[in-house]
Design a binder for this molecule. Structure first.
Ligand SMILES: Cc1ncc(COP(=O)(O)O)c(C=O)c1O
Length: 439
């Protein structure tokens, strides 16, 4: 298989394989390399320090990557730039790979407890980044957030009970409800001034005596919305009044972009703490979702007991040694990488937004406040959603997520993952422009 750069007709990447760039920084505004030794010319807020290389193109073929392996089945061709599944095409940071390598220095990979620093490290990260002081007994290991959503449906509701979600939303939310024979109730988000807002009137109308659970996506996928304290408080009031438990999926919490602040649902009011379960993870932020590492935090003893009893009786409480080691490394050493990654992602978002505005104004992106997913409103291209999806794949050579898999409100939309080298995104936007303007 030729190098990806060749297949994509890109110039060879001189930085392939280099873990950290210490001296050079590519400036997209001027299309030039900046030598950091010449600090007078370097105005980045990062200052002169080690820089990670997010421009590096890494071929993910033959690694089992879902993003690559499923293309043929989804798009009918392997010949698409895969800009869908929400993992990043950036190198998983060196300190995580190093932690795993270090663990492999010992010749036995036997049954293992989390290392003693595991929970203190997670607790300290959440305290420092989200100003939430967590008692050790509230928190435990969760083998994945989507599994956790399914466990909460199974442990806190009965078949036939109603569970509310806010579409368009991350599609496994629907699966964990329907596949466990619970009743899915949609409380669609409203779009106001180009941003999602919760519809509390609709929510109150949808609640019945059978409504037992609400699954919150915070920050929101696919809209990249960072919910403010007022919305979360109002949600807590309504759910508390009707004895509805809230599961808050906060996997995107550590990827909030400049100017926004993530507020854990459980911290907005006493009511919120009493009725909720929170799920957090380093997996998405540090590009290691294949390791499966997340945590639950449940302050209410009654909810915690039900949830943990379910985990214990299903023998689901343990993680794997690499997940433990990687989590500790991510939270102990990862803040600098995280900030640089977010700066790069923000640059990618800005690029896409500017490009669409100038070249394809029929497509309107929802400007994300967190994470690396951009929700594209393509209604003005004048195609039905299925045709739009096929147009992107067949005519533009782009593999995006079809909006309707995110439920009502997803019509005429596609979700674009921008966590990739900018050169790939530049190529993708050019292909899209060519397809849209083709006679
Ligand atoms: C909102 C949300 N929750 C959960 C997940 C996946 O979590 P996990 O891999 O821990 O099951 C994703 C991945 O895209 C997500 O966007």
């Amino acid at each position: 298989m030729p190098a990806l750069e060749n297949r994509l007709n890109l110039p060879p990447n001189p930085l392939r394989g280099i873990k950290k760039i210490t001296y050079e920084y590519f400036n997209y505004m001027t299309d030039t390399n900046i030598n950091l030794e010449d600090k007078a010319n370097f105005s980045s807020p990062l200052g002169a320090r080690d820089l990670y290389d997010f421009d590096e193109i890494i071929d993910r073929h033959n690694t089992g990557a879902v993003k690559i392996e499923r293309c043929k089945a989804l798009y009918g061709t392997d010949d698409v730039l895969p800009l869908w599944v929400a993992d990043m095409d950036f190198r998983t940071p060196d300190f995580i790979i190093e932690a795993i390598r270090e663990r492999c220095e010992h010749p036995i990979l036997g049954y293992s407890m989390p290392p003693k620093e595991f929970y203190p490290t997670v607790i300290e990260w959440i305290s420092e980044h989200h100003q939430w002081n967590i008692d050790r007994q509230w928190i435990g290991f969760l083998p994945g957030i989507v599994p956790g959503l399914s466990f909460s449906v199974q442990s806190l509701t009965s078949p036939g009970d109603e569970v509310i979600v806010q579409p368009p939303v991350y599609y496994p939310f629907f699966h964990v409800i329907k596949n466990n024979n619970r009743v899915l109730v949609n409380n669609p988000l409203k779009t106001v001034n180009g941003k999602f807002e919760m519809d509390f009137e609709d929510l109150e109308q949808k609640i019945t005596s059978k409504t037992k659970l609400f699954i919150l996506c915070s920050p929101h996928n696919p809209g990249g919305k960072v919910w403010n304290a007022e919305s979360l408080k109002r949600l807590a009031e309504i759910c508390s009044k009707h004895n509805i438990t809230v599961v808050s999926d906060e996997i995107h919490a550590d990827m909030v972009l400049e100017g926004y602040k993530h507020i854990p649902f459980a911290t907005v009011s006493e009511e919120a703490a009493k009725i909720s379960l929170t799920f957090m993870a380093p997996s998405k932020t540090f590009n290691m979702p294949g390791l499966i590492s997340s945590s639950y935090i449940i302050t209410n003893k009654e909810i915690r007991t039900k949830f943990v009893d379910f985990l214990e009786s299903s023998e689901l409480t343990g993680g794997n040694i690499f997940a433990y080691a990687a989590t500790v490394a991510a939270f102990e050493k990862g803040n600098d990488w995280r900030k640089q990654m977010l700066e790069y992602v923000q640059g990618n978002i800005d690029f896409v937004v500017d490009f669409l505005k100038t070249n394809i104004p029929q497509i309107t992106p929802m400007i994300p406040e967190a994470s690396f997913l951009v929700w594209l409103n393509c209604q003005e291209l004048g195609m039905e959603t299925d045709d739009l999806f096929d147009f992107f794949a067949q005519k533009a050579g782009l593999g995006l997520n079809k909006g309707t898999i995110f439920g009502p409100g997803g019509e005429y939309h596609l979700r674009l993952n921008v966590a990739c080298p900018r050169s790939i995104l530049q190529k993708a936007m050019k292909q899209l422009k060519d397809a849209v303007t083709a006679p």
